[in-house]
Design a protein around this ligand. Structure first.
Ligand code: AMP
Length: 283
């Protein structure tokens, strides 16, 4: 497996593969790999001749006071894990390679980015849309892989690819969880043993919401309240948002119908975690 840090080097790698008529799958990540990332890589391995994983802690998607500086990084460990999952090349540029002095161009997906994480992290999706657009232009993959753990991100990127005519198929995979249900996240590393137990409240809250809907509850406010109660029953937890929204438009619902997105973001101690679940209502 190759580890390339410049845009010129990854372009050469891609060009050589293209000359041989090979298809290319791209797995964008911020590194500190876990089974969620590796599931994306394995899916890409199944569907493409060549698999490229980007590892880049993208500064433009972090707000002031967020965890950009202390975000966990371990490229050596990531290399071993990526190679084991069948990755052919890692693209790991430095921040100056992606954003040289004078950098001035950003991609803004409207509407979809104004709710949920977009409302609580202003500028976050502008950074995500910008870096993903750059990666699509640099690698020009046939397929790109994203996890539904970041449901809103996946919806935003599908819209971005469609609106800007990127010739790439966006493939999504389900959320990979620990045995007890906690969604895997590089940020789980921040949790103390106590916080790790309290963090399970997010998954419990989603299950509580889903169970209420399945038992016939159609008032979104009632479902939201029950989910919030589940989180607040743990010490040192704070809610950022609890949402019952339309799974396509991401707009908040009053009455539950169709494909519904249950989504939440909460702080457990100092760590902000997100999780979501889709529930389909047939009536
Ligand atoms: P990140 O490194 O957090 O930016 O994530 C890189 C990619 O991995 C994104 O497409 C995420 O949605 C995906 N991902 C992160 N955690 C999980 C998970 N637990 N299950 C599935 N995909 C995930």
């Amino acid at each position: 497996m190759e580890v390339l840090t410049t845009i010129a080097a990854i372009r050469n790698f891609v060009m050589a593969a293209r000359r041989q008529g090979k298809s290319i799958g791209l797995v964008p990540t911020m590194g500190y790999l876990h089974e969620g990332h590796l599931a994306l890589a394995r899916k890409a391995r199944e569907q493409n001749d060549v698999v490229i994983m980007s590892i880049f802690v993208n500064p433009t998607q972090f707000g002031p006071g967020e965890d950009l500086e202390c975000y966990p990084r371990d490229l050596e460990r990531d290399q071993k894990l990526a190679a084991g999952a069948g990755v052919d090349a890692i693209f790991a540029p430095g921040a100056e390679e992606m954003y040289p002095p004078g950098y001035a161009t950003y991609v803004q997906v409207e509407g979809l980015t104004e709710v949920l994480c977009g409302a609580s992290r202003p500028g976050h999706f502008r950074g995500v849309a910008t870096v993903v657009s750059k990666l699509f232009n640099i690698v020009q993959p046939d397929r790109a892989y994203f996890g539904l753990k970041d449901y809103q991100q996946a919806v935003v990127i599908k819209r971005l690819a469609r609106d800007l005519n990127f010739p790439v198929d966006i493939i999504t995979i389900p959320t990979v969880r620990e045995a007890d249900g906690l969604a895997l996240s590089s940020r789980n590393k921040y949790l103390s043993p106590d916080e790790r137990r309290w963090a399970l409240a997010l998954y419990r809250a989603l299950n509580t919401g889903a169970a209420l809907i399945r038992s016939g509850e159609r008032r979104a406010a009632v479902v939201r309240d029950a989910m919030a109660q589940e989180i607040l029953s743990r010490p040192r937890t704070r809610i950022d948002y609890v949402a019952v929204n339309d799974a396509e438009t991401l707009e908040p619902l009053d009455e539950i119908r169709g494909r519904v997105l249950l989504a939440l973001a909460a702080w457990v101690g100092e760590t902000r975690l997100i999780d979501n679940m889709i529930v389909e209502v047939k009536d």
